[in-house]
Design a protein around this ligand. Structure first.
Ligand code: GLP
Length: 241
């Protein structure tokens, strides 16, 4: 595990964007695993800046997003499909046909999960997977459990996650109760995993996840075993180490 210690959110975003940009420059047809949430937004803004300056070309890049809420269509204000368009895809020259997100409207859970895992396998895996960190240690929507889930699956969101994500919805009742998410195997098989974490509120879970035992009760802890894992965090998020 490599830790990049950033001063603040802006510097964290700059470092993460540099790692992603380097991946795109070195392998223009790379597969990027992408994440939602407030943590990666700044990194996406940096990537858009680099694209506008002519330093990045996304025309050959393929993307697979970590997760999507079950029951939200791609046009829904809070769908992760829309988040990705608004924060990145609409602002760079990526081919929308090369962008992939689980289909939250597919009622056939087995078919949707199998489709997504096959898609990742057919791409030959993920070159760089970007992650945020849930307040309970979740990655994607892999929630604390008795075992590490492997492939793409449908997950019941925990109360902690519903509470954390209700700020984006009109009310708590509007937060979807289920999501499709890539599994831990999909994430662990990525050649390089980059996590962005910011703020004092995440300091406790950063310490528990990366300086405590590896346990499915803290899904992110498994990244301690990844051969190429880079944690990009600001000083506040690292303040309990
Ligand atoms: C959501 C997403 C995660 C994300 C997490 C943290 O639950 N499914 O992928 O990492 O939120 O979000 P934030 O970065 O806003 O703290």
């Amino acid at each position: 595990m490599t830790i990049i210690r950033a001063k603040d959110y802006a510097q964290m975003s700059w470092h993460a964007a540099k790692l992603i940009a380097a991946q795109v420059v070195l392998k223009p047809n790379c597969v990027l695993g992408l994440a939602t949430g407030s943590s990666p937004v700044g990194a996406y803004q940096e990537l858009v800046k680099s694209y506008r300056m002519g330093a990045l070309d996304f025309s050959g890049v393929k993307t697979v997003n970590l997760d999507e809420y079950v029951g939200l269509d791609a046009g829904h204000e809070q769908s992760y499909a829309r988040f990705m368009r608004e924060n990145l895809f609409d602002h760079v020259n990526i081919d929308p046909g090369n962008t992939n997100i689980p289909n939250g409207m597919n009622p056939d859970e087995a078919a949707e999960c199998a489709r997504y895992d096959k898609l990742i396998a057919d791409f030959g895996g993920i070159d760089l997977q970007l992650l945020g960190l849930g307040p309970n240690g979740h990655i994607g929507f892999n929630e604390p459990d008795d075992a590490f889930p492997t492939g793409t699956h449908k997950v019941a969101l925990t109360d902690a996650t519903i509470q954390a994500n209700k700020r984006f919805f009109a009310s708590e009742a509007d937060v979807p109760r289920f999501a499709y998410t890539m599994g831990i195997r999909d994430i662990m098989q990525a050649a390089h995993v980059v996590m962005v974490v910011s703020g004092e509120g995440k300091a406790g879970i950063v310490k528990d996840a990366f300086f405590g035992p590896v346990t499915p009760r803290i899904p992110a802890s498994i990244l301690q075993l990844h051969a190429h894992f880079t944690l990009v965090a600001d000083e506040a998020a690292l303040s309990k180490l």
